[in-house]
Write a protein that binds this ligand. Sequence first.
Ligand SMILES: Nc1ncnc2c1ncn2[C@@H]1O[C@H](COP(=O)(O)OP(=O)(O)O)[C@@H](O)[C@H]1O
Ligand SMILES: [Mg+2]
Length: 235
Amino acid sequence: MMLEVRGLGAGYGDIVAVRDFSFSVEAGKVLALLGANGAGKSSTLMALMGIVQQKAGEILLDGSDISMLAADQRIKLGMAIVPEGRRIFPDLTVQENLVVGGHVSEAATLAAGTAQAYEYFPRLKERTGQKAGSLSGGEQQMLALGRALVSAPRLLLVDELSLGLMPRIIDECYEVLAKLRSEGLAIVLVEQNTEHALAVADEVSVLEAGNSVWFGTAKEAAKDSAITAAYLGTA
Ligand SMILES: Nc1ncnc2c1ncn2[C@@H]1O[C@H](COP(=O)(O)OP(=O)(O)O)[C@@H](O)[C@H]1O
Ligand SMILES: [Mg+2]
């Protein structure tokens, strides 16, 4: 198993954002984390990266507990995140943003990873010297995704990919995710757009107030209107 999470607890000081959360993802599979605002989805991804404080449990990458490792060490081991809100660097160029994504990588990985990002997103290549802050929202999301790919991750964490984007751009980004999955990446996807999430996901976990309240296959989730109605706000 690429990623196995056992009894994860995470939070901010005294605030508990995630409680006793267990799940796993293997290579070439996508797990979608669904749930309302404030359910703990982003906190889960950020705790996996070592950015938000882990308070309990184990995070096993290829069977080894990485709980004590700093974020840059996790990136070196093959993890990367596309954070909520994109978090691109507006005053840096497209190329410079990509280089930031490879800051812990060897020079060869960085060069190959940058080329790979441009291959996935030709629009970025056309704008390589442009300041990232002047890109459209969709291009900024592509840059955030491209930046995560520069370190050649095996496990990709993606937070709210579709938020605020036009349908055509969302489709483009999701096509890339599907390609990455077929190339063997393991993906943990947080998404408010249930339809898109279920289309690409293999398994689904629903969070409510920091607790996992439902787990099943994407097919089951799509079929069971009680689940989607109760937890996802779509009947
Ligand atoms: N930086 C922070 N400081 C304190 N509490 C936070 C912080 N970020 C998130 N939280 C709290 O953690 C809980 C989970 O938030 P979050 O993981 O962002 O949820 P989601 O991504 O599912 O919308 C919420 O109660 C939220 O208010
Ligand atoms: Mg969030």
